[in-house]
Design a binder for this molecule. Structure first.
Ligand SMILES: [Zn+2]
Length: 498
């Protein structure tokens, strides 16, 4: 008898231990009396209660007076708005804004602090999920995932540039293959590909298989002939794209294509990609046309018909423009999302090095602003306005940072991109859906994210204003729930004494 008693006693002790992490206080929360703004249900926006348990949404009641479950922590959302966590489906976590690799290497303390703050800055603006499009440093991603608080991180593994094409062309010939080991072999360039890389290891099928094996949810390739001093870069042909498409479909991966010109987007549409990863700011021979040309409209109609996801990433251009805008570094949000020391460096003469790269003949700032405004920004806005009028399948992505620019900072860049989308003609509803349900569906993560529905991860954002009434609602965040854990917005800012 004694033995049984001991066994039972220890069994109960074991159960008690197993049970203790889910004791009520920490794991059950009822958000009451809140206006529930969920993108699948915008016709019936009502006040109600949302119950969270163990990091998941358990129930959503669009009526008053749900009884409080035993042990639940009650959070009143009276007068406030609850939305699903936002998704940014185009980020580059390993790239440090405003710095070259050498500069970043020379300031390890500042960089360490930047990377510590990075996940918090996304959360500060309500981004609870991000997709890294081109993994170049697995350690940075691991570090991000290990941070005590961080957005969910998905990735496209290592990207598939064409041999010696964009963006591997930016690196010296000796370094570029090591940095982009998942490149696509081009038999025509055999003499300029190091012999240790075998053609049979660098087919689209092998490259896509490596992405799949690494846990990627998407595949990224490029069609970019280049700009500035790197023009006439080699690009993939339709046969290679067809092979990537076939392999991506078989592996159930989302196919994304870097394409920002009329030619590149035509190529992407003909090859049936899933997402075009930029707006069209380059119209080639049609650049000077002031009205949107009919041939471009025809292509945009196909993008709408085929339901190809479209990421305007207007902040790519705004990010370059920032070096000529004396107001940019004064934006109030900036000291909240990057370390103080880094902002001081951006404000110093050394921190403006990239400005010289953008403007090597010292064109006055006002003329540079005018050039962006009349050229690429005007063109991308016209394209986006047309797509918005046809209710295209926009997916929200910022491309943070798109180049070594300080004009694309984590978190705040999302808020700026939303402002650009609104300026270009998207409605508040289109912006809201692009950053929630449309991203979740396009990237096939909608069983977990994108709406406020039972069973989904409890990534939620509480706002003082409705995002369907004004865009600045996204800057009135009170609380962010990350897998059910509540975090006040203030505690996510730089130097918040957390
Ligand atoms: Zn990008």
């Amino acid at each position: 008898m004694k033995i049984f008693a001991i066994v039972f006693a220890s069994l109960f002790a074991f159960l008690a231990i197993v049970d203790s992490p889910s004791t009520p206080a920490a794991s059950r929360t009822l958000i009451t009396d809140v206006t529930i703004v969920s993108p699948e249900n915008l016709d019936h926006i009502e006040k109600g209660n949302v119950l969270i348990e163990d990091g998941r949404i358990v129930s959503v009641e669009r009526k008053a007076g749900t009884p409080k479950p035993v042990g639940a922590t009650v959070v009143s959302g009276k007068g406030q708005f609850l939305i699903p966590g936002l998704i940014d489906s185009h980020v580059h976590l390993a790239s440090v804004p405003g710095m070259s690799y050498e500069q970043a290497d020379s300031k390890p303390g500042m960089i360490k602090e930047y990377f510590r703050q990075l996940p918090l800055s996304y959360l500060y603006y309500g981004y609870t999920a991000v997709v890294d499009l081109a993994v170049v440093d697995h350690k940075v991603l691991e570090h991000f995932r290990e941070a005590p608080l961080h957005p969910d991180l998905y990735d496209c593994g290592e990207s598939l540039p064409f041999a010696n094409g964009y963006p591997m062309s930016f690196l010296p010939p000796t370094a570029r293959f090591k940095f982009f080991p998942n490149f696509i072999y081009d038999p025509k360039q055999a003499s300029s590909i190091p012999s240790e890389y075998k053609p049979e290891d660098h087919t689209p099928a092998m490259d896509v298989a490596r992405v799949k094996a690494s846990g990627g949810i998407c595949v990224k390739s490029y069609f970019e002939r280049g700009f500035a001093q790197d023009r006439n870069l080699p690009v993939i042909g339709p046969d290679v794209l067809a092979d990537i498409r076939k392999s991506a479909t078989q592996a159930d991966l989302v196919l994304m294509m870097h394409a920002n010109s009329f030619e590149a987007q035509k190529f992407a549409v003909a090859g049936n990609v899933d997402v075009i990863a930029h707006g069209m700011w380059n119209w080639g021979d049609l650049d000077g046309k002031t009205e949107l040309p009919q041939e471009i409209k025809t292509l945009l109609d196909q993008i709408v018909e085929k339901k190809i996801g479209y990421q305007p990433t207007i902040q790519v251009m705004q990010g370059l423009r920032a070096y000529f805008d004396p107001e940019y570094l004064k934006i109030e949000a900036i000291p909240k999302v990057i370390p103080k020391e880094m902002l001081e460096w951006f404000n110093s003469p050394a921190g403006k090095w990239f400005k010289k790269e953008l403007d090597d003949d010292e064109t006055p700032d006002a003329a540079m602003l005018e050039m962006y405004e009349r050229g690429p920004l005007r063109r991308v806005r016209q394209v986006v306005a047309y797509l918005a009028s046809k209710d295209a399948d926009f997916v929200f992505g910022t491309d943070t940072p798109s180049s070594p620019t300080y004009g694309n900072l984590p978190g705040s860049n999302g808020y700026l991109e939303m402002q650009q989308l609104q300026k270009a003609g998207l409605s508040l509803t289109q912006i809201f859906k692009a950053a929630t349900i449309s991203n979740a569906r396009k990237f096939k993560i909608d069983s977990q994210l994108g709406t406020i529905e039972p069973g989904k991860i409890a990534d939620l954002v509480l706002l003082e204003k409705s995002p369907l009434e004004s865009l600045d609602a996204y800057d009135t965040i009170v609380t962010v729930w990350v897998h059910g854990k509540p975090v006040s917005r203030d505690s996510l800012a730089v130097n918040s004494n957390k």
